[in-house]
Design a protein around this ligand. Structure first.
Ligand code: HEM
Length: 622
């Protein structure tokens, strides 16, 4: 055992590590474009906590609801971000790879920026963006009408045009004019972003790529895409600074980032003055502000990375599901019609027979919301998230060493047979009695899935006992970590039947009053006053007992921009489906054809340049 890193309970965890290849481990499976489906197969086969090998490193893949609640929460089992895995995103955003909201550990800088940005995404501020979203969607619809039903349109690209315009204008007051462009120039951000994302993915798969881009295939091209992206972000930073101090009521992202930058500058100046007064040596050396221009550049970058593709692909996956599930489009149309929003055939008044969509309509679109949630369950665009333990940590019944990467695989969490009944079928009905604002849930009881406190592994019982024996045998060799020192061994907890999490059933606030499942009402908004009534967000979540659905993640690191995302997704879908009947183009090869081209490419999308092509039939011409 001399020199061997203590493995705690790692050897007891089932998973593909048992047949991993020497040196590369399970790497080949990681490199597949449909890696999200590989994770799902592992979750179905091995259960809620799976051990994998990435090169020679051990890692976990977690889909077990109670374990996820602990990992994403604030308590003892919480696990922070895997900063090194996310580092190619930093390289994309700034020349010196400064971290940002998404990629940084939860340190003081992250807290300062998160707090400032959360205010921008408070629903009170975001609701002001509704007219902008409606206008840009209106422009897109005009463009689509011009294309006509005979030609197929990539609805994914179409949606991305709206989302880029919306983040540019709503956050930074910059108009990228995407919904008006006929031809998109090569260096337009709409084309630069996907190129830069490709390079990020290549660097995540091959970390050596960043050290010598000139020596690897397409390395220089990738580097150029990063530089192009940074140029765009520099331009925005220049504009924010040129505008100077923002007006009092301005809580938009640009304004908030300006305030963060200023606060850090003032703090540094004060520190310098104090140094001078206290006669400290080197007092004339200016202390560096904790947050600099480059950090802000990285923050601007991440808001585009997160705000652009995620929302666009969510729109197109929902359209795909609606178009390919018999009866769904008709049900959406009926709902829109009941609110007077559906465009009629010319003989019945055409477009003028439908009224304009208003913000308040969105909370009345229950069936469409159910379609969005079911789509986000089947196709969570952020399909996997990475964290790393910074101390020996209990994950389910197992204690794993410090430095263990823990992947919370959203696609697998949302589709595994251990968490869902009939997961491969698109069923909006699952969501009809779920409160509109709930985007974090433990749906197992509602789905009729047995609720266990341990991992949903077929071998869980066996492992709990084995874990206890092994743990007792190995604890002498292992250094005393915080978990051992207080005798709080996970293996012991599992063995004495207490499991991993104390289940505390809660009745969903604002729900139909059912106590059948735990409503762990939406993360987002960073604890600020997001309007739970309409599109969700809301903060202040209590202690979670289990999570089987969380497309925006959960806890302190949940999506800060979810209020904007929900508003955009619902507005674009409602307007598009009110104006067009959609039909998946034959060239896509049906559901199976699209499924074959699924790709986890930073976000879950389709491989190649075809996207998701559809024929859009204007309802007034039917
Ligand atoms: C449907 C659209 C969206 C989905 C599904 C989504 C999902 C997520 C998820 C799952 C995370 C956690 C990622 C991780 O831990 O690796 C996240 C984080 C984040 N999202 Fe979103 N997102 C969406 C839209 C947006 C928008 C519109 C913005 C802003 C413009 C945004 C900004 C962010 C940021 C800044 C973070 C990092 C938060 C932190 O760690 O403090 N997202 N998002």
């Amino acid at each position: 055992m001399y020199g061997r890193k203590p493995k705690y309970d790692l050897d007891l965890i089932p998973g593909p590590w048992t047949h991993a290849l020497p040196f590369i481990g399970n790497l080949l499976q990681f490199l597949r474009p449909d890696f999200h489906r590989v994770c799902l197969r592992w979750a179905d086969k091995y259960g809620g906590i799976v051990r994998i090998k990435f090169l020679w490193h051990d890692g976990l893949l977690v889909t077990d609801p109670p374990a996820l609640a602990a990992i994403c929460g604030r308590g003892e089992g919480a696990v922070d971000k895997a900063a090194n895995i996310y580092s190619p995103i930093n390289q994309m955003c700034t020349p010196h790879a400064y971290p940002n909201l998404l990629t940084s550990l939860a340190d003081d800088r992250w807290r300062a920026v998160r707090k400032a940005i959360a205010l921008s995404f408070a629903f009170g501020n975001i609701r002001k963006k509704f007219p902008l979203i409606r206008d840009r969607t209106g422009e897109l619809l005009e463009w689509l009408r011009g294309v006509g039903p005979l030609e197929s349109v990539d609805v994914d690209q179409a949606a991305l045009r709206v989302t880029l315009d919306v983040i540019g204008l709503s956050a930074f007051g910059h108009d990228y004019g995407c919904t008006r462009l006929q031809q998109v120039p090569y260096n337009h951000l709409l084309r630069v972003l996907p190129r830069a994302f490709t390079e990020v993915m290549r660097r995540i798969a091959n970390p050596f790529r960043s050290f010598a881009p000139g020596l690897v295939k397409n390395g220089k091209k990738g580097l150029t895409s990063f530089k192009d992206f940074q140029r765009h972000m520099q331009e925005l930073l220049g504009e924010i600074k040129a505008r100077g101090p923002p007006a009092r009521g301005d809580a938009d992202i640009g304004a908030q980032l300006y305030r963060v930058l200023e606060a850090a500058r003032v703090e540094a100046e004060e520190k310098q003055q104090q140094n001078g007064k206290s006669g400290r040596r080197w007092w004339w050396r200016k202390p560096k502000p904790a947050i600099t221009d480059e950090r802000i550049l990285s923050e601007i970058g991440i808001l585009f990375v997160e705000g652009f593709e995620t929302t666009g692909h969510t729109i197109s996956w929902t359209l795909f599901n609606i178009a390919t599930t018999p009866g769904t489009q008709e049900a959406v149309a009926e709902e829109l019609s009941s609110l007077g929003l559906l465009v009629r055939p010319k003989s019945e008044g055409g477009r003028s027979a439908a009224r304009q969509l208003e913000l308040d309509d969105l909370k009345r679109l229950r069936y469409l919301t159910a379609c969005v949630k079911e789509s986000m369950r089947m196709y969570p665009v952020v399909s996997i998230m990475g964290r790393t333990t910074d101390k020996p940590t209990r994950v389910g019944p197992y204690v794993v060493p410090s430095g263990t990467p823990v992947a919370t695989a959203l696609f697998a969490i949302h589709n595994t047979i251990h968490n869902w009944r009939d997961p491969m079928t698109f069923k909006p009905e699952r969501w009809l009695d779920v409160p509109l604002e709930s985007y974090v849930l433990d749906m197992r009881a509602k789905e009729g899935i047995p609720m266990s406190d341990g991992p949903a592994s077929p071998m869980a019982g066996e492992h709990a006992v084995a874990a206890k024996n092994q743990h007792q045998a190995s604890s002498a060799a292992a250094p005393a970590g915080p978990l051992e020192s207080n005798g709080n061994s996970a293996a012991a907890a599992a063995a004495n039947g207490t499991g991993t999490t104390t289940r505390m059933r809660t009745t969903p606030s604002g729900s139909s009053g059912s106590d059948e499942y735990d409503d762990v009402n939406g993360g987002g908004g960073g604890g600020v006053d997001a309007d739970g009534d309409l599109l969700g967000g809301g903060g202040g979540a209590g202690r979670r007992t289990g999570i089987s659905f969380m497309p925006f993640s959960e806890g302190p690191r949940s999506c800060v921009g979810q209020s904007l995302a929900k508003l955009e997704v619902m507005t674009v879908l409602a307007m598009l489906l009110a104006n067009f009947r959609i039909e998946l183009s034959d060239e896509m090869g049906g559901r199976e054809g699209v499924r074959q081209r699924e790709s986890t490419h930073l976000t879950l999308q389709t491989r190649g340049t075809r996207g998701i092509r559809m024929h859009l039939h204007p309802r007034d011409q039917e």
